[in-house]
Design a protein around this ligand. Structure first.
Ligand SMILES: NC(=O)c1ccc[n+]([C@@H]2O[C@H](COP(=O)([O-])OP(=O)(O)OC[C@H]3O[C@@H](n4cnc5c(N)ncnc54)[C@H](OP(=O)(O)O)[C@@H]3O)[C@@H](O)[C@H]2O)c1
Length: 292
Protein backbone atom coordinates (compact mmCIF):
# COMPACT_ATOMS: atom_id res chain seq x y z
CA UNK A 1 0.00 0.00 0.00
CA UNK A 2 1.44 3.38 -0.95
CA UNK A 3 1.51 6.75 0.81
CA UNK A 4 -1.58 8.90 0.32
CA UNK A 5 -4.00 6.01 0.83
CA UNK A 6 -5.33 7.54 4.02
CA UNK A 7 -3.89 4.60 5.89
CA UNK A 8 -4.71 4.26 9.60
CA UNK A 9 -2.90 1.81 11.86
CA UNK A 10 -5.15 0.36 14.58
CA UNK A 11 -3.36 -1.35 17.49
CA UNK A 12 -5.25 -3.74 19.76
CA UNK A 13 -7.22 -4.43 16.60
CA UNK A 14 -8.62 -7.84 17.52
CA UNK A 15 -9.90 -6.65 20.92
CA UNK A 16 -13.33 -5.39 21.88
CA UNK A 17 -12.47 -1.74 21.20
CA UNK A 18 -10.31 -2.35 18.12
CA UNK A 19 -13.05 -4.35 16.39
CA UNK A 20 -15.68 -1.69 17.13
CA UNK A 21 -13.41 1.06 15.78
CA UNK A 22 -12.59 -0.89 12.60
CA UNK A 23 -16.29 -1.61 12.03
CA UNK A 24 -17.12 2.09 12.49
CA UNK A 25 -14.47 3.07 9.92
CA UNK A 26 -15.87 0.66 7.33
CA UNK A 27 -17.22 2.48 4.28
CA UNK A 28 -15.38 5.70 5.10
CA UNK A 29 -12.65 7.05 2.86
CA UNK A 30 -9.78 5.36 4.73
CA UNK A 31 -7.75 2.16 4.70
CA UNK A 32 -7.29 0.33 7.97
CA UNK A 33 -4.10 -1.55 8.83
CA UNK A 34 -4.88 -3.86 11.73
CA UNK A 35 -2.05 -4.81 14.09
CA UNK A 36 -2.74 -8.28 15.50
CA UNK A 37 -0.66 -10.90 17.26
CA UNK A 38 -2.69 -13.98 16.26
CA UNK A 39 -2.59 -14.57 12.53
CA UNK A 40 -5.84 -16.55 12.61
CA UNK A 41 -7.98 -13.47 13.41
CA UNK A 42 -6.78 -11.64 10.29
CA UNK A 43 -9.59 -12.98 8.10
CA UNK A 44 -12.26 -11.88 10.58
CA UNK A 45 -10.79 -8.39 10.74
CA UNK A 46 -10.77 -8.12 6.95
CA UNK A 47 -14.47 -9.04 7.05
CA UNK A 48 -15.11 -6.35 9.68
CA UNK A 49 -13.41 -3.72 7.52
CA UNK A 50 -9.60 -3.86 7.72
CA UNK A 51 -7.82 -3.75 4.38
CA UNK A 52 -4.35 -4.61 5.57
CA UNK A 53 -3.13 -6.93 8.35
CA UNK A 54 0.21 -6.89 10.16
CA UNK A 55 1.01 -9.70 12.55
CA UNK A 56 3.40 -9.13 15.44
CA UNK A 57 3.88 -8.33 19.08
CA UNK A 58 3.38 -4.72 20.15
CA UNK A 59 6.47 -5.05 22.34
CA UNK A 60 8.64 -6.09 19.41
CA UNK A 61 10.17 -2.77 18.32
CA UNK A 62 10.85 -3.92 14.77
CA UNK A 63 7.32 -5.22 14.22
CA UNK A 64 5.92 -1.98 15.62
CA UNK A 65 8.08 0.22 13.44
CA UNK A 66 7.27 -1.65 10.24
CA UNK A 67 3.54 -1.46 11.09
CA UNK A 68 3.75 2.32 11.52
CA UNK A 69 5.70 2.82 8.31
CA UNK A 70 3.71 4.58 5.53
CA UNK A 71 0.68 5.22 7.73
CA UNK A 72 -1.09 8.57 7.73
CA UNK A 73 -2.47 8.15 11.24
CA UNK A 74 -2.13 5.74 14.13
CA UNK A 75 -4.77 4.97 16.72
CA UNK A 76 -3.16 3.28 19.66
CA UNK A 77 -5.50 1.08 21.72
CA UNK A 78 -3.30 -0.45 24.39
CA UNK A 79 -3.91 -3.97 25.74
CA UNK A 80 -5.70 -3.38 29.06
CA UNK A 81 -3.92 -3.46 32.45
CA UNK A 82 -0.48 -3.80 30.89
CA UNK A 83 2.35 -2.79 33.24
CA UNK A 84 4.38 -1.51 30.25
CA UNK A 85 1.58 0.64 28.89
CA UNK A 86 3.38 3.99 29.36
CA UNK A 87 6.63 2.76 27.79
CA UNK A 88 4.75 1.34 24.81
CA UNK A 89 2.84 4.58 24.22
CA UNK A 90 6.11 6.55 24.44
CA UNK A 91 7.71 4.23 21.90
CA UNK A 92 4.76 4.69 19.53
CA UNK A 93 4.95 8.47 19.98
CA UNK A 94 8.66 8.43 19.07
CA UNK A 95 8.02 6.26 16.02
CA UNK A 96 5.20 8.54 14.86
CA UNK A 97 7.57 11.50 15.06
CA UNK A 98 10.33 9.59 13.30
CA UNK A 99 8.06 8.60 10.41
CA UNK A 100 6.17 11.91 10.09
CA UNK A 101 2.80 10.40 10.99
CA UNK A 102 0.16 13.10 10.55
CA UNK A 103 -1.58 12.31 13.82
CA UNK A 104 -1.45 9.87 16.73
CA UNK A 105 -4.83 9.21 18.33
CA UNK A 106 -4.22 7.90 21.83
CA UNK A 107 -7.06 5.85 23.30
CA UNK A 108 -6.71 6.68 26.96
CA UNK A 109 -9.28 6.59 29.76
CA UNK A 110 -11.62 8.96 31.58
CA UNK A 111 -9.73 10.69 34.41
CA UNK A 112 -6.20 9.36 33.85
CA UNK A 113 -5.22 11.51 36.85
CA UNK A 114 -6.57 8.85 39.26
CA UNK A 115 -3.28 8.01 40.95
CA UNK A 116 -4.53 4.98 42.92
CA UNK A 117 -5.60 3.10 39.77
CA UNK A 118 -2.44 1.94 37.99
CA UNK A 119 -3.70 1.84 34.40
CA UNK A 120 -5.12 5.35 34.78
CA UNK A 121 -1.80 6.72 36.02
CA UNK A 122 0.14 4.86 33.28
CA UNK A 123 -2.18 6.43 30.71
CA UNK A 124 -1.51 9.83 32.29
CA UNK A 125 2.24 9.31 31.78
CA UNK A 126 1.57 8.32 28.17
CA UNK A 127 -0.53 11.46 27.66
CA UNK A 128 2.10 13.72 29.24
CA UNK A 129 4.83 12.31 27.02
CA UNK A 130 2.69 12.74 23.90
CA UNK A 131 1.62 16.31 24.77
CA UNK A 132 5.26 17.32 25.30
CA UNK A 133 6.55 15.46 22.24
CA UNK A 134 5.58 17.87 19.45
CA UNK A 135 3.69 15.04 17.69
CA UNK A 136 0.21 16.04 16.48
CA UNK A 137 -2.33 14.13 18.54
CA UNK A 138 -5.90 13.63 19.65
CA UNK A 139 -6.30 12.08 23.09
CA UNK A 140 -9.57 10.27 23.76
CA UNK A 141 -10.64 9.59 27.35
CA UNK A 142 -13.55 7.10 27.35
CA UNK A 143 -15.53 6.16 30.44
CA UNK A 144 -16.52 2.69 31.60
CA UNK A 145 -18.30 0.72 28.87
CA UNK A 146 -21.93 -0.40 29.05
CA UNK A 147 -20.54 -3.56 27.42
CA UNK A 148 -19.37 -4.80 30.86
CA UNK A 149 -22.95 -5.99 31.18
CA UNK A 150 -22.22 -8.70 28.59
CA UNK A 151 -20.17 -10.44 31.29
CA UNK A 152 -22.96 -10.51 33.88
CA UNK A 153 -26.03 -10.83 31.65
CA UNK A 154 -26.48 -14.57 32.13
CA UNK A 155 -26.21 -14.15 35.91
CA UNK A 156 -28.82 -11.35 35.84
CA UNK A 157 -31.27 -13.52 33.90
CA UNK A 158 -30.64 -16.62 36.02
CA UNK A 159 -30.56 -15.03 39.49
CA UNK A 160 -32.35 -11.68 39.18
CA UNK A 161 -29.26 -10.06 40.71
CA UNK A 162 -27.07 -7.27 39.33
CA UNK A 163 -23.72 -7.99 40.97
CA UNK A 164 -20.65 -5.91 40.26
CA UNK A 165 -17.76 -5.85 42.73
CA UNK A 166 -18.29 -2.38 44.19
CA UNK A 167 -20.88 -0.41 46.15
CA UNK A 168 -24.40 -0.51 44.77
CA UNK A 169 -24.60 3.27 45.23
CA UNK A 170 -21.44 4.43 43.38
CA UNK A 171 -22.33 6.30 40.20
CA UNK A 172 -20.88 5.78 36.72
CA UNK A 173 -21.50 7.59 33.44
CA UNK A 174 -21.27 4.30 31.55
CA UNK A 175 -21.04 4.67 27.78
CA UNK A 176 -21.98 2.52 24.79
CA UNK A 177 -18.87 1.31 22.94
CA UNK A 178 -20.78 1.73 19.65
CA UNK A 179 -21.08 5.48 20.39
CA UNK A 180 -17.39 5.62 21.28
CA UNK A 181 -16.38 3.84 18.07
CA UNK A 182 -18.47 6.28 16.04
CA UNK A 183 -16.81 9.20 17.83
CA UNK A 184 -13.36 7.68 17.20
CA UNK A 185 -14.09 7.23 13.50
CA UNK A 186 -15.36 10.84 13.23
CA UNK A 187 -12.17 12.06 14.89
CA UNK A 188 -10.02 9.96 12.54
CA UNK A 189 -11.71 11.13 9.35
CA UNK A 190 -12.64 14.65 10.49
CA UNK A 191 -10.80 17.95 10.53
CA UNK A 192 -10.07 20.16 13.50
CA UNK A 193 -9.12 17.63 16.18
CA UNK A 194 -5.40 18.41 16.26
CA UNK A 195 -3.87 18.73 19.75
CA UNK A 196 -7.24 18.03 21.38
CA UNK A 197 -8.15 15.97 24.46
CA UNK A 198 -11.73 14.75 24.72
CA UNK A 199 -13.55 13.23 27.69
CA UNK A 200 -16.11 10.72 26.36
CA UNK A 201 -18.63 9.60 28.96
CA UNK A 202 -22.21 8.38 28.87
CA UNK A 203 -25.32 10.53 29.36
CA UNK A 204 -26.53 9.35 32.79
CA UNK A 205 -24.86 8.87 36.18
CA UNK A 206 -26.06 5.43 37.21
CA UNK A 207 -25.46 3.28 40.26
CA UNK A 208 -25.96 -0.48 40.31
CA UNK A 209 -29.33 0.24 41.93
CA UNK A 210 -30.27 2.46 38.96
CA UNK A 211 -28.96 -0.10 36.44
CA UNK A 212 -30.90 -2.92 38.12
CA UNK A 213 -34.08 -0.78 38.03
CA UNK A 214 -33.66 -0.06 34.31
CA UNK A 215 -32.95 -3.72 33.49
CA UNK A 216 -35.97 -4.66 35.54
CA UNK A 217 -38.13 -2.27 33.45
CA UNK A 218 -36.81 -3.83 30.23
CA UNK A 219 -37.28 -7.43 31.43
CA UNK A 220 -40.60 -6.82 33.13
CA UNK A 221 -39.48 -8.60 36.30
CA UNK A 222 -37.53 -7.67 39.43
CA UNK A 223 -33.73 -7.32 39.38
CA UNK A 224 -31.88 -6.38 42.58
CA UNK A 225 -28.47 -4.78 42.96
CA UNK A 226 -25.94 -6.48 45.20
CA UNK A 227 -22.24 -5.70 45.62
CA UNK A 228 -20.21 -8.78 44.76
CA UNK A 229 -17.80 -9.38 47.68
CA UNK A 230 -14.12 -8.90 46.71
CA UNK A 231 -13.15 -12.43 47.85
CA UNK A 232 -15.82 -14.00 45.63
CA UNK A 233 -14.70 -11.82 42.71
CA UNK A 234 -11.08 -12.95 43.23
CA UNK A 235 -12.10 -16.62 43.53
CA UNK A 236 -14.00 -16.50 40.21
CA UNK A 237 -11.19 -14.58 38.46
CA UNK A 238 -8.63 -17.19 39.64
CA UNK A 239 -10.92 -20.03 38.56
CA UNK A 240 -11.13 -18.43 35.09
CA UNK A 241 -7.32 -18.41 34.89
CA UNK A 242 -6.81 -14.64 35.19
CA UNK A 243 -3.17 -13.80 35.98
CA UNK A 244 -2.66 -12.66 39.59
CA UNK A 245 -1.20 -9.29 38.58
CA UNK A 246 -4.32 -8.47 36.57
CA UNK A 247 -6.57 -9.53 39.45
CA UNK A 248 -4.59 -7.20 41.74
CA UNK A 249 -5.04 -4.27 39.33
CA UNK A 250 -8.74 -4.95 38.87
CA UNK A 251 -9.21 -5.10 42.65
CA UNK A 252 -7.47 -1.70 43.02
CA UNK A 253 -9.81 -0.31 40.36
CA UNK A 254 -12.87 -1.84 42.05
CA UNK A 255 -11.82 -0.35 45.41
CA UNK A 256 -11.64 3.05 43.79
CA UNK A 257 -15.03 2.52 42.12
CA UNK A 258 -16.44 1.42 45.47
CA UNK A 259 -15.56 4.77 47.01
CA UNK A 260 -15.92 7.15 44.07
CA UNK A 261 -17.58 5.53 41.02
CA UNK A 262 -16.54 7.08 37.69
CA UNK A 263 -18.53 10.16 36.73
CA UNK A 264 -18.19 12.16 33.54
CA UNK A 265 -20.09 14.18 30.97
CA UNK A 266 -21.46 13.27 27.53
CA UNK A 267 -21.35 16.74 25.89
CA UNK A 268 -18.17 16.13 23.88
CA UNK A 269 -19.30 12.64 22.82
CA UNK A 270 -22.63 14.03 21.58
CA UNK A 271 -20.85 16.84 19.74
CA UNK A 272 -18.64 14.27 18.00
CA UNK A 273 -21.44 11.87 17.02
CA UNK A 274 -23.93 14.69 16.29
CA UNK A 275 -26.78 13.00 18.17
CA UNK A 276 -27.75 12.14 21.75
CA UNK A 277 -25.56 9.46 23.32
CA UNK A 278 -27.21 6.06 23.81
CA UNK A 279 -28.84 5.76 27.21
CA UNK A 280 -28.72 2.58 29.29
CA UNK A 281 -32.37 1.64 28.70
CA UNK A 282 -31.86 1.74 24.93
CA UNK A 283 -28.56 -0.13 25.18
CA UNK A 284 -30.09 -2.96 27.22
CA UNK A 285 -33.30 -3.26 25.20
CA UNK A 286 -31.47 -3.33 21.88
CA UNK A 287 -28.54 -5.59 22.80
CA UNK A 288 -29.81 -8.34 25.06
CA UNK A 289 -32.07 -11.33 24.76
CA UNK A 290 -34.49 -11.49 27.71
CA UNK A 291 -34.29 -15.27 27.92
CA UNK A 292 -30.64 -15.86 26.88
N1 LIG B 1 -13.36 -1.55 29.10
C1 LIG B 1 -13.60 -0.29 29.41
O1 LIG B 1 -14.63 0.04 30.04
C2 LIG B 1 -12.62 0.77 29.00
C3 LIG B 1 -12.90 2.10 29.26
C4 LIG B 1 -11.98 3.07 28.88
C5 LIG B 1 -10.79 2.72 28.29
N2 LIG B 1 -10.52 1.40 28.06
C6 LIG B 1 -9.22 1.05 27.45
O2 LIG B 1 -9.44 0.46 26.19
C7 LIG B 1 -8.28 -0.30 25.85
C8 LIG B 1 -8.69 -1.57 25.11
O3 LIG B 1 -9.52 -2.34 25.94
P1 LIG B 1 -10.30 -3.60 25.33
O4 LIG B 1 -11.33 -3.97 26.34
O5 LIG B 1 -10.71 -3.34 23.92
O6 LIG B 1 -9.15 -4.70 25.33
P2 LIG B 1 -9.21 -6.21 24.78
O7 LIG B 1 -10.56 -6.56 24.27
O8 LIG B 1 -8.61 -7.07 25.85
O9 LIG B 1 -8.20 -6.16 23.55
C9 LIG B 1 -6.84 -6.06 23.73
C10 LIG B 1 -6.16 -6.27 22.40
O10 LIG B 1 -4.74 -6.14 22.54
C11 LIG B 1 -4.14 -7.25 21.88
N3 LIG B 1 -2.84 -7.53 22.51
C12 LIG B 1 -2.59 -7.86 23.78
N4 LIG B 1 -1.27 -8.00 23.99
C13 LIG B 1 -0.67 -7.76 22.79
C14 LIG B 1 0.66 -7.78 22.34
N5 LIG B 1 1.66 -8.03 23.18
N6 LIG B 1 0.91 -7.51 21.04
C15 LIG B 1 -0.11 -7.26 20.17
N7 LIG B 1 -1.40 -7.21 20.55
C16 LIG B 1 -1.68 -7.47 21.84
C17 LIG B 1 -5.12 -8.39 22.05
O11 LIG B 1 -4.85 -9.39 21.12
P3 LIG B 1 -5.49 -10.88 21.25
O12 LIG B 1 -6.86 -10.77 20.63
O13 LIG B 1 -4.56 -11.71 20.47
O14 LIG B 1 -5.53 -11.21 22.72
C18 LIG B 1 -6.41 -7.62 21.78
O15 LIG B 1 -6.59 -7.42 20.40
C19 LIG B 1 -7.50 -0.50 27.15
O16 LIG B 1 -6.32 0.28 27.12
C20 LIG B 1 -8.45 -0.01 28.22
O17 LIG B 1 -7.77 0.52 29.34
C21 LIG B 1 -11.41 0.42 28.38
Amino acid sequence: MADGDNLILVTGASGRTGRAVIAALKGLDVNVRAFIRREEVGKELIEIGASNIVVGDLFDDQALESAILNCDQVIHICPPMNSNEATLAMKITDLCLKHNIQRLVLYSVLHPLLSEVRHHSLKLRAEEYLVNSGQNYTILQPGRYMQHHQLIWREIIETGKHCMPFSVNSKFNIVDLADLAEAVSNVLVGEGHDFATYQLAGPEALSQVDMARIISEVLGRPVFAEAKPADEYIRIAKKNGMPSERIEQLCAMNEHYDKHGLRGNSNILEWLIKRPATNFHTYISSNFNKNI
